[in-house]
Design a protein around this ligand. Sequence first.
Ligand SMILES: NC(=O)c1ccc[n+]([C@@H]2O[C@H](COP(=O)([O-])OP(=O)(O)OC[C@H]3O[C@@H](n4cnc5c(N)ncnc54)[C@H](OP(=O)(O)O)[C@@H]3O)[C@@H](O)[C@H]2O)c1
Length: 189
Amino acid sequence: MKAVAAMALNRVIGRAGGIPWHLPEDFRWFKTLTMGGILVMGSRTLLSLGRPLAGRGHVVLSRDPERLCGAVGDWALFWERARNAGWKVRLQPEWEGWGGVGDREIWLLEGGAEIIAAEAESVRPVFLAGGAQIYEQWLGACGELFLSVVEREVEGDAVFPEFESRFEWVETVMRSEGFHVRRYQRRNP
Ligand SMILES: NC(=O)c1ccc[n+]([C@@H]2O[C@H](COP(=O)([O-])OP(=O)(O)OC[C@H]3O[C@@H](n4cnc5c(N)ncnc54)[C@H](OP(=O)(O)O)[C@@H]3O)[C@@H](O)[C@H]2O)c1
């Protein structure tokens, strides 16, 4: 599994449930990198997207998927938009492995640990896409990290975990106005 994230110089990745910068080039980079693959994310990150991302399967972690499905307010709006765009919500009892994740499917999983541990069986690339809680728990399961470094300090309430002791810098894969993207590989244990 590959991790993909964008982090400010002070390690901030989010604020008030959203991303505290607007870098369209970075969104384009994220889209190009992840297109055709499967995104693994926490329920708060899914909600923050406002809608699922076309061309990619979604595996979403929640301790209470039934609650999310039946929720009112922002979640109700999210599901309405997703269903109108042809997305299907699938729950853990239906899980048949990574090969069964369709492009227009959002899998809501409560016991994600064992499933994520088996991600190597996926023929499509699997990307750990945040947020803070999810990076904290599963960054160690990633062999590669694509990190967009936003070249300033930003106020926020979600931060990227310490990774420097576990990953080594390989190359800078792109540079753009205000950020650059570094590729890291996991150090040998
Ligand atoms: N800059 C970036 O690259 C980037 C990327 C992604 C997100 N973000 C930002 O990060 C912030 C969101 O991060 P966050 O830490 O608040 O939330 P998150 O990691 O996206 O999601 C947290 C939720 O995931 C579920 N969860 C966590 N651990 C679990 C486990 N072991 N088993 C099952 N479910 C589990 C829980 O959902 P339930 O509450 O449903 O139980 C929990 O509330 C937002 O500001 C977002 O914009 C930034």
